[in-house]
Ligand binder design. Structure first.
Ligand code: GDP
Ligand code: IMO
Ligand code: MG
Length: 423
């Protein structure tokens, strides 16, 4: 058996949560492999909407086990809140034995969030637009070999380790100015740590490989998107982890030759939250319409998402980086009613026409060159069979498949789990 990987191909919010939920009945284990509560994965069924930040999107399926992998960074306060909210809705994955956590996953401390905020506040125009969840500083402590891990919470010297790290943070914070009072947050942190201890801890590398040895199926769930990858995204306007397929290997402990299908998700158009280059961004009424019809407001921070047409050079790049074997196109319904839609095939850059993301995209404009495509008018949200797909939408899908060379296997036509077609 192999680990299939599902990940976003744009700048996040492609609909990963919804599609993982849809696919989860096919899998014995869903494993989150990177990112933290900067993620907001939304899924809907039975007229209920759920937003998950840390917990894998397989928890609503009765038979699926869920793992928070070693590559994830965990804010115990947010994790506890997520689980409390789920309990209120009648779901208790801990009591049901459906959630385990990698003991090598790193912990986000209240002071990591202060560092995130302090760093952003000093950046002015150039700020990244971080979700302020402490993601960057936590990964910095991980690679700087100072971090605290989930397994440390069970060690006798946890508090000492915590104090040592917080003292280091305080000395950094003092360079930014007065250190805000975080005593309440700290108290909530330690309460949440006690709660965290009730979740079974595993070594994700052994846990996942045991599943494979037993012939069980595993789906690795990505967060963010390929264009936010710390190595290959629009650096420095990226997140602090490898969001691409290789991140599933390090974030779970799976060898590259154990990776199976790579399922890449993209929206029928494009969005981005936070700062950084976005060549196809629309600043006009069309952009506003996409935001309104697509409800493009962040699931984690509520910020308005920037909107634009699909960017094929970026999409092809993401497909190459991830070795995508099949595609999922979401939010096709949002484009209904646009007379013309546009696909960016190239950029005009330094007086040249190019079809790749240039290195200096953060400082030199890459102006999109578009192909015009006929839109469709039909409401898609009620369609149940592929025979009902409007001809012009079929043509758009076919056009994209030809451009990127990978088949679209699933088409999403609304936020609900049932609004998904297999092509
Ligand atoms: P994720 O971070 O990739 O899981 O995506 P988000 O949950 O942040 O953002 C996707 C948003 O689009 C959520 O509000 C989903 O409920 C919604 N959504 C997902 N697929 C579709 C779709 O096909 N059509 C529409 N209209 N909304 C969708
Ligand atoms: P999901 O999993 C969209 C963006 C932030 C910011 C940059 C860095 O829901 O797709 P960070 O808090 O990671 O330091 O922020 O990355 N960002 C996301 N944008 N969806 C996400 O996650 C994101 N996670 C981070 O807006 O620009
Ligand atoms: Mg999201």
């Amino acid at each position: 058996m192999a680990v299939d990987v599902l990940l976003g191909l744009q700048w996040g919010d492609e609909g990963k949560g919804k599609i993982v939920d849809v696919l989860s009945p096919k899998y014995d284990l869903i494993a989150r492999f990177q990112g933290g509560p900067n993620a907001g994965h939304t899924l809907e069924f039975d007229n209920q909407k759920y937003v998950l930040n840390t917990i894998p999107s397989g928890i609503f399926n009765d038979k699926t086990m869920n793992l928070i992998g070693n590559g994830v960074v965990i804010d115990p306060i947010i994790l506890k809140r997520e689980l409390d909210n789920l309990k209120k809705s009648g779901f208790d994955p801990v009591a049901d034995g459906k959630l385990v956590i990698g003991r090598k996953a790193h912990l986000i401390l209240p002071t990591h969030q202060l560092l995130d905020a302090a760093s952003e506040s000093k950046m002015g125009e150039g700020k990244i637009g971080s979700t302020l969840k402490g993601i960057g500083p936590t990964y910095m402590d991980k690679t700087g070999r100072n971090g605290l891990r989930v397994g440390d919470t069970l060690l006798v010297d946890f508090k000492e380790k915590y104090d040592r790290l917080v003292n280091k943070h305080k000395s950094i914070l003092s360079h930014y100015g007065e250190i805000p009072d975080f005593s309440e947050k700290e108290q909530a942190f330690f309460e949440a740590i006690e709660y965290l201890k009730s979740i079974p801890q595993v070594d994700s590398e052994h846990f996942v490989n045991q599943y494979l040895r037993e012939g069980k199926s595993v789906l690795a769930e990505g967060a963010q998107g390929a264009m936010l990858d710390v190595d290959f995204g629009s650096y420095p306007f990226v997140t602090s982890s490898n969001t691409t397929a290789a991140g599933a290997c390090t974030g779970l402990g799976v060898a590259p030759n154990k990776i199976g299908a790579v399922i890449g998700i993209f929206k029928a158009y494009c969005t981005r939250v936070g700062g950084g280059p976005f060549p196809t961004e629309l600043f006009d009424e069309t952009g506003e319409e996409l935001r309104k019809i697509g409800h493009e407001f962040g699931a984690t921070t509520g910020r308005a998402r920037r909107t634009g047409w699909i960017d094929l050079p970026a999409l092809k790049y993401a497909i190459m980086l991830n070795g995508v074997t099949e595609l999922v196109m979401t939010k096709a319904d949002v484009l209904s009613g646009f007379e013309k839609i546009y696909a960016c095939t190239h950029y005009q850059y330094n007086g040249e026409k190019i079809d790749y993301m240039p290195y200096d995209i953060c400082s030199v404009e890459a102006k999109p060159v578009y192909e015009e495509i006929a839109g469709w008018n039909e409401d898609l949200t009620g369609i149940k069979t592929i025979g009902e797909i409007p001809e012009k939408l079929n043509a758009y899908v076919k056009y994209l498949e030809e451009q990127v060379g990978v088949p679209v296997r699933y088409l999403s036509v609304g936020p609900d789990r049932v609004q998904t077609l297999t092509l």
